[in-house]
Design a protein around this ligand. Structure first.
Ligand SMILES: [Zn+2]
Length: 178
């Protein structure tokens, strides 16, 4: 049986009143775990899934590449992005609702899981440093990312989002690559 993202670790944002919105990343299955191939994943999703070869993906016209890894576009994914060892998954319908730097950051965050493992803060740091080096992330863009991950004021997850942003701002300024 193929493990689908729904069976993996999830990161949920509680907006109160029992409404839970999945936040950014459906999680990452550890490198030691054999996951599906992109072809197996796309076949499981069925109609509408599309495998994009490494180097061919554009987000608002900007090239989005994660080493040699392909990306599966899955409009049914219940999150913006996810990662399996060896490939990334993006939901183009949800990505269409966010700005270009936020799109690029989501892709780079999932790419961070490919190279740095399951830790969210490490993937965040990888993403902003890559954005700075590649030129698609400015301090203004970083603030858009911060707004994106902290949509609900005053609750505990808002604090978590703010905490992640503090770390990302530090990483963005840090010349030492994490
Ligand atoms: Zn993540």
């Amino acid at each position: 049986m193929i493990a689908m993202p729904g069976t993996g670790k999830r990161f949920a944002l509680s907006l109160g009143r029992g409404i839970v919105v999945l936040l950014i990343c459906t999680g990452f299955v550890g490198l030691a775990t054999a996951g599906p191939t992109p072809e197996e994943y796309a076949a499981h999703v069925g109609a509408g899934a599309q495998i994009v070869t490494s180097g061919d993906l554009r987000l608002d016209g900007k090239k989005a590449q994660c080493g040699q890894r392909p990306t599966v576009l899955d409009g049914q994914l219940d999150d913006y992005g996810a990662a399996y060892p060896g490939f990334l998954i993006l939901n183009p319908k949800l990505l269409n609702k966010v700005s270009t730097p936020v799109k690029m950051w989501i892709f780079a965050h999932e790419c961070g899981h490919q190279f740095r493992g399951p830790d969210e803060e490490t993937a965040d740091c990888f993403a902003v440093q890559r954005g700075r080096r590649q030129g698609w992330l400015t301090t203004d863009g970083l603030e858009e990312v911060c707004k994106f991950i902290a949509p609900a004021k005053g609750d505990s997850m808002h604090f978590a989002g703010s905490h992640r942003c503090e770390l990302m701002r530090k990483c963005f300024e840090d010349k030492e690559i994490k």
